[in-house]
Design a protein around this ligand. Structure first.
Ligand SMILES: C[S@@+](CC[C@H](N)C(=O)[O-])C[C@H]1O[C@@H](n2cnc3c(N)ncnc32)[C@H](O)[C@@H]1O
Length: 197
């Protein structure tokens, strides 16, 4: 059964199971948004990067060569998704440097103020509580750290969803600093770089 979200009217596949994880990995596991977004952002070589709702770990595997001295942590609450992520990391030249943890955005297993960069690629609309997830992101970001949110095709729900999303960000003490539209072939996404308001 799909859960309502409250911050916009669209509903997404929010009940993730082993079956939906396998389906997602087979169809979208290396989806182009991960590559487009990672290639569009700056990351320091020693950055502490956390990918919330990391799925198969595609974004972190793409990012890893650019963060040779940093720490890379993928967080996802679905055990089967993490098993797939670990499996794909095991055949990647930098995969051994990626740590994975089973947890939802709403309870990040990290200390306060440790992360330079938090990624949430096609993930925020799957969180069960957007405000709680954003509070957690704000908690784990170090001063000056950034949250990068990506949404394939932009936010469903139009201007109202956009207002709700920015309002939720504001409640967590964050604000959009930069917005970009990325596209390649028939894949298009919106990227928001967020930092302290
Ligand atoms: C559409 S997939 C995106 C995966 C990956 N970021 C990508 O872009 O390929 C959404 C992901 O959010 C995860 N997810 C579901 N509920 C979540 C929650 N409460 N907190 C964090 N991630 C969640 C799912 O397990 C899934 O891996």
């Amino acid at each position: 059964m799909l859960r309502p979200f409250g911050w916009y009217d669209e509903r997404v596949m929010s009940e993730w199971t082993a079956e939906t994880a396998d389906w997602y990995a087979a169809h979208y596991g290396e989806y182009a948004t991960n590559r487009l977004a990672v290639d569009a952002i700056y990351v320091a070589p020693d950055a502490f990067v956390v990918d919330v709702g990391c799925g198969t770990g595609s974004a972190l595997r793409r990012l890893a060569p650019r963060v040779p001295k940093g720490r890379l942590v993928g967080v996802d609450p679905v055990p089967r998704m993490l098993a797939i992520a670990r499996e794909r990391a095991s055949t990647d030249p930098n995969g051994h440097r990626i740590e994975f943890a089973e947890a939802p955005a709403e309870r990040l297993p990290l200390e306060d103020g440790v992360a330079d960069l938090v990624l949430a690629f096609d993930s925020i609309d799957h969180w069960s509580d957007l405000d709680a997830g954003l509070r957690e992101v704000a908690r784990v970001l170090r001063p000056g750290g950034r949250l990068v949110v990506v949404k394939d095709g932009g936010l469903p729900g139009g201007a109202r969803a956009e207002r709700a999303w920015r309002a939720a960000l504001g409640r967590s003490g964050l604000a959009v600093q930069h917005e970009a539209a990325l596209a390649e072939g028939d894949v298009a996404c919106t990227l928001w770089v967020c930092g302290a308001a």
